[in-house]
Every structure is written in structure tokens, then in C-alpha cells.
Design a protein around this ligand. Structure first.
Ligand SMILES: [Fe+2]
Length: 275
């Protein structure tokens, strides 16, 4: 008779036990409940696969020889959609255990022989819980780092945006020009079939391509008449000044070639995109 047993946890670790012998489920239920684990016991291996699809478990303990499918097949199915579940395999006798190669391939973290005492299993569970908690901590730290990084990128982007508006404020010609360059570049990029990442690079590159004008004296930038050769030579420095401003942040790495070469003819230096 198929039977499911469920208890509530006290330590936040949810364990799924899969064994077609109800006796094992009952014993482990008492044992794991006493140790403070949230326990779900399933006698049908196929149901176990469905459970892992719809519910979160931290650790799974499963029997090897079961019907209609064996433990290694259960793990093989689960690994197709869940690579993170910590899995311990129970075997009736070590001669009946799957080959070590299978255990490694399926990323089964440990196995032990069934016994009336659960000492060995308890040790495996405890080391599993330590690994699970470490992984949780690493994930949390990664999330915090990601958040902090996103905030830093946003702050840098905002400060460059301020610089862009400063250039536009002092040079009426540039006003709105960068937005149009950005917009048209993306349209051309789409026509050329560029991917989303490259289109984004084009968009940001267009917005900031003239940022180097911030380093050009007003007397030259705003001069109503014809520029002298020296003044013209100075204004030609604005792509290099722009590169210098943007090179302080790794997030602008991809747009630097656009800024650097934006006055090159199309048959001059080539701007390369990642494919
Ligand atoms: Fe320019």
C-alpha cells in the first residue's frame, strides 16, 4: 500500500524520503522528526519526481532498489530539472549499490547501507545540512553583491548622464543630438539584425558618444564663426576625451570603441561587435 507521511520542521531543512518499504519511511519519520527536520515520506518513486517538481526540498534520501523505477533513474529524472537538490542514496547491501561512476554522474552527494541504526545516515545528513546552509549563505551573499553592484552601476550611469546633460546645456547643437544618434543607431542595428546585447550597447554608445565635449573649451565649442586649424584640431580630441572619462568604469567597456571611433568613416577603423 502506498503511503505518504509529512511532519513540520523546526530547523528549516525540508527532507524528502523515498522508499517503497513503509517501515523505513516510518522509522526515518520518527528519527528525522526528533532531529527537527521537516519530513515528507513517499513510497512511490514516480510521485517523488512529481513532488520535487512542485515543492521545494533541501535534501532527498532515497532507496536504490525500488519499483517501478530504481533510485538512480529517479535521480536521473530529477537532475533534468533540478541540479541543486542534495541527494543521499540508501542501499540494501553495498554489492547492490550503483557503480561509483553513476553516483558521480548523477551528482549524488553520498550513500550508505540501510541499517537498524541510523548513525551513519545521521552523519551524512548533518554534513549535507552544513553544505546546504553554506550554499544558502553563498547565494545570499551573491544576491547582496549583485544588488550592490547594480546600485554602483546605476550611480555611475547617473553621474555620466549628468555630464551628458552638462554638455547639452552648454552646447545647443548637441542638445537632443545624442538621443537622436542613439535612436537612429538602434534602428540601423535592428535592420542589420544585431542581437539584443549589441543593440543595448549601441543605445548607450549613442547616448554617450559625445561625452568628451565636456573637455573642449567653450570658446571653441560655442564659437559662431569658422574654427582655426588649431581649434579644429582641439575639437577632434573629444572622442579620446570621452574614452578617458568612460574608461574608469568596467560597465562602459563595450561602448568605448563606439565613442573612440564615432568620427571614423565606415571604410576606416572597423567597429567590431560580439556575435
Ligand atoms: Fe562627436
Amino acid at each position: 500500500m502506498r503511503k505518504n507521511i509529512q511532519t513540520k520542521s523546526t530547523n528549516g531543512i525540508k527532507v524528502l524520503v523515498v522508499d517503497d518499504e513503509i517501515g523505513i519511511i516510518d522509522s526515518l519519520s520518527i528519527f528525522l522528526k526528533r532531529s527537527g527536520y521537516d519530513f515528507v515520506g513517499v513510497t512511490d518513486p514516480l510521485e517523488a519526481i512529481e513532488k520535487v517538481k512542485t515543492e521545494h526540498f533541501d535534501l532527498m534520501i532515497l532507496d536504490f532498489i525500488m519499483t517501478p523505477i530504481h533510485g538512480d533513474q529517479v535521480v536521473s529524472e530529477i537532475r533534468k530539472f533540478n541540479k541543486e537538490l542534495y541527494i543521499l542514496l540508501l542501499t540494501g547491501h553495498k554489492d547492490l549499490a550503483p557503480p561509483l561512476e553513476t553516483i558521480k554522474r548523477l551528482d549524488i552527494q553520498g550513500y550508505c547501507e540501510k541499517s537498524d541504526k541510523f548513525d551513519q545516515l545521521l552523519l551524512l545528513i548533518e554534513s549535507g545540512v552544513k553544505a546546504i546552509n553554506q550554499m544558502k549563505t553563498i547565494k545570499e551573499i551573491n544576491e547582496e553583491l549583485k544588488d550592490a553592484n547594480a546600485k554602483l552601476e546605476k550611480a555611475y550611469l547617473d553621474s555620466i548622464e549628468t555630464l551628458r546633460y552638462t554638455v547639452e546645456a552648454k552646447d545647443p547643437y548637441t542638445k537632443g543630438h545624442s538621443d537622436r544618434v542613439s535612436e537612429y543607431s538602434v534602428l540601423i542595428g535592428k535592420h542589420l539584425g544585431l542581437n539584443e546585447e549589441d543593440l543595448h550597447t549601441l543605445k548607450i554608445g549613442g547616448l554617450f558618444h559625445d561625452i568628451g565635449k565636456i573637455g573642449i573649451p567653450d570658446s571653441i565649442l560655442l564659437k559662431p564663426g569658422k574654427l582655426t586649424p588649431e581649434e579644429y584640431s582641439e575639437i577632434k580630441n573629444h572622442p579620446a576625451i570621452g574614452v578617458h572619462i568612460l574608461s574608469n568604469a568596467a560597465i562602459f567597456e563595450n561602448i568605448i570603441p563606439i565613442v573612440k571611433h564615432h568620427h571614423e568613416r565606415y571604410d576606416g577603423l572597423r567597429i567590431s561587435f560580439k556575435t
